[in-house]
Design a protein. Structure first.
Length: 242
């Protein structure tokens, strides 16, 4: 998503739902098929599939779409052979991007991603140059009206969260990836609605951008990458200050 801000993430995600629902459902179906093909179609026995279904729920993806994708992956159709790759990219103004993709044609996707990056003022980074600027964490975001701070903090920390942060809009819970499910389930069992619940790549340090032209340049590249059919996510360490 465009820029490091948990509430911008919520807004961006909901906006993307309205604007590009068809494309989003197609990408989620591909993620379902990859997860189900690797670990089976039962989400109780397949943690990766459970994670994808969380995204599907947040996107209000129709149940029949989900069931069709699982069926294709587990024998009732052609699920395709997808390879997963993560591209490391420098956006304009020193911003770092991690871009995981799933593709059935590595050479085609590589050429298309490189073309998008070049056209939008970025450059491809060498392996490891960008990835060390991010850390994989579970992230759960809860709006202030959906929980009392002291109750939410107690539930999260008792379930294994490593950090709890509050601001005027709500709360952010950070976990190790291995603890994410336990914390999320503890919240669900208490009926607490989450705006975002995912294992993601969080920047260790951010690049602050305030100049409107700089913000626009970085966003152009991020949005162009997000629009590519093979791109699953765009993780950025940009922090937009305007």
């Amino acid at each position: 998503m465009a820029g490091h801000s948990k509430w911008a993430k919520v807004k961006h995600f909901k906006g993307a739902l309205d604007a590009k629902k068809g494309k989003l459902f197609s990408k989620l179906a591909r993620e379902i098929m990859i997860a189900a093909k690797q670990g089976g179609g039962d989400p109780e026995m397949n943690p990766r599939l459970r994670m994808v279904l969380l995204k599907c729920r947040a996107a209000n993806m129709p149940k029949e779409n989900i069931e069709r994708a699982i069926a294709r992956a587990t024998g009732a159709g052609d699920a395709g052979n997808y390879e997963e790759i993560t591209y490391e990219i420098y956006a304009p103004h020193g911003v770092a991007l991690l871009v995981p993709v799933s593709t059935d044609n590595r050479n085609r996707t590589a050429a298309e991603i490189r073309s998008i990056v070049t056209r939008n003022g970025g450059s491809m980074a060498t392996t490891g140059a960008v990835s060390h600027l991010f850390q994989r964490k579970g992230q759960i975001i809860v709006a202030r009206e959906n929980a009392q701070e002291d109750v939410l903090m107690e539930i999260a920390l008792e379930a294994g969260a490593e950090d709890f942060r509050a601001d005027e809009q709500g709360y952010e819970i950070i976990t190790e990836p291995s603890k994410f499910e336990a914390v999320h389930r503890a919240l669900e069992q208490r009926g607490i609605k989450c705006e975002v619940a995912e294992v993601t790549e969080l920047p260790i340090t951010t690049v602050p951008l305030q100049d409107p032209e700089a913000v626009a340049a970085v966003n152009r590249l991020i949005e162009a990458l997000e629009d590519h059919d093979d791109v699953k996510e765009v993780y950025s360490n940009a922090e937009f200050l305007n």
